[in-house]
Ligand binder design. Structure first.
Ligand SMILES: Cc1cc2nc3c(=O)[nH]c(=O)nc-3n(C[C@H](O)[C@H](O)[C@H](O)COP(=O)(O)O)c2cc1C
Length: 217
């Protein structure tokens, strides 16, 4: 069971990466083989919309995305992590998403990969500085559609508001534990897709169902 973690923040060892590392630790703890890719260290061009992928599903731009395509297709499950930048994901993470148009074309136009019968799941981890009600709406839609394009079911998320300083997330009372739990759940389909669980934030009485992409924060 392979779990791929995509780290979309350009700030290393900070909030996003700390949460992603915890989620991958959780996945490891329940037996998964994990790998983390920090996209800010890669050379990934934005999509140029030349649609060479319509030929055979392959992108014509020869950069680091070529091996990342392999990793994305090989992974059984994916943890996609990005902070909120202007109500969306970072441009580094968005470049990865946009370049997966080639995989969308492969699947939905050319019918490539239809024989893959795995149920692949993905979860989204994000942090933002502010606390607005719609803070994660744009990013969640982007990631849901991204997962859909590459044949991955959006199975849950951890979305945390009010975090701005470098690695400030380490002071959060529950976030690291929740990320660890999310990583475990990702590898155990029954718990993430069917079960409700109580959010571990203090004084929180809401029920959280990760499969619906809701967060009580
Ligand atoms: C270019 C840029 C844009 C940002 N836009 C938003 C935003 O729209 N809403 C918000 O709440 N925080 C925004 N932030 C704050 C980050 O989401 C926040 O600092 C986050 O904790 C960074 O996570 P990281 O340390 O893992 O990179 C922005 C930060 C930067 C650098």
């Amino acid at each position: 069971m392979k779990v791929l973690g995509i780290m979309g923040s350009p700030r290393r060892q900070s909030n996003t990466e700390t949460l992603l590392d915890k989620a991958l630790e959780g996945a490891t703890e329940v037996g998964a083989e994990v790998e983390k890719v920090a996209v800010s260290g890669l050379k990934i061009s934005p999509c140029r919309e030349i649609y060479a992928c319509l030929e055979d599903g392959h992108c014509a731009i020869k950069d680091d995305m070529q091996w990342l395509y392999e990793k994305l297709l090989e992974a059984d499950h994916i943890v996609f992590a990005s902070p909120i930048f202007f109500y969306g994901i970072t441009s580094q993470a968005k470049a990865v998403v946009d370049r997966c148009q080639a995989l969308w074309v492969g699947r939905h136009v050319l019918g490539i990969g239809k024989e893959d019968s795995r149920i692949r799941r993905g979860v989204f981890i994000s942090v933002g500085a502010t606390r607005g009600e719609k803070l994660f709406d744009g990013a969640v839609l982007t990631v849901k559609y991204f997962f859909d394009a590459i044949g991955v079911k959006y199975a849950g998320d951890l979305l945390i508001k009010g975090i701005d300083g470098k690695a400030q997330i380490k002071e959060h009372p529950m976030a690291l534990q929740d990320a660890f739990h999310l990583g475990q759940q990702l590898v155990h389909p029954d718990s993430i897709l069917k079960d409700y669980h109580q959010c571990s934030a203090p004084n929180c009485n809401e029920l959280l169902k990760p499969a619906k992409g809701k967060s009580c924060r």
